[in-house]
Design a protein. Structure first.
Lengths: 114, 113
């Protein structure tokens, strides 16, 4: 079975500061990993994905994430937070062996302090 | 706009009733997924269809069923509704295949009273 754990249900950072959202995964097979963002009253939008190519993945809106197998982590970062980054962020895992369903973490609500 | 259309956006119904949620996938996408988002359970995978056939099943209750039609739109049927079924129900679609990206609709918010 696969799972992801997101550390910190709420994270607050000042505008212009580094954003770091943590995600650790558990998988018995090579995983595919994803970060999604959900704005209020919206669906989920894919920020970036890791599918066993480069371990450092760049996504939209200046976000990136690094796959670290030794640490079973896939943390999301952005060098400088913007007010528009305030949203809920979900880490998700799927089975690289072919099962396409996504297993989501519990989400991290990011607040940006002006 | 993801290209995935879900109707209705909001639904309020009474316990014991039956409702149908509809999803139109992006043009060309063969896979449709249904997810439930609730405060206590988070985001949970319910079921996946690929080109009309059920491909994977998750934590879907027996009171719930889904199907994908020849035009690839999908419907999620929820029956004998309980208060705990109140949630946001998302549909997502993809081309299919393990590397393909899933695009999510804006969801249907179901409130059972």
């Amino acid at each position: 079975a696969q799972s992801v754990t997101q550390l910190g249900s709420h994270v607050s950072v000042s505008e212009g500061a580094l954003v770091l959202l943590r995600c650790n995964y558990s998988s018995s097979v090579p995983p595919y990993l994803f970060w999604y963002v959900q704005y209020p009253n919206q669906g989920l939008q894919l920020l970036l994905k890791y599918t066993s190519a480069a371990t450092l993945v760049k996504g939209i809106n200046g976000f990136e994430a690094e796959f670290k197998k030794s640490e079973t982590s896939f943390h999301l970062t952005k060098p400088s937070a913007h007010m528009s980054d305030a949203a809920e962020y979900f880490c998700a895992v799927s089975d690289a062996g072919g099962n396409e369903k996504l297993t989501f973490g519990t989400g991290t609500r990011l607040t940006i302090i002006p | 706009d993801s290209g995935v259309t879900q109707t209705p956006k909001h639904l309020i119904t009474a316990t014991g009733q039956r409702v149908t949620l509809r999803c139109s996938p992006r043009s060309g996408d063969l896979s449709v997924y249904w997810y439930q988002q609730s405060l206590d359970q988070g985001l949970q995978f319910l079921i996946q269809y690929y080109n009309g056939e059920e491909r994977a099943k998750g934590n879907i209750l027996e009171r719930f069923s889904a199907q994908q039609f020849p035009d690839l739109h999908s419907e999620l049927n929820l029956s004998s509704l309980e208060l705990g079924d109140s949630a946001l129900y998302f549909c997502a679609s993809s081309e299919g295949g393990k590397r393909s990206e899933a695009f999510f609709g804006q969801g249907t918010r179901l409130t059972v009273v």
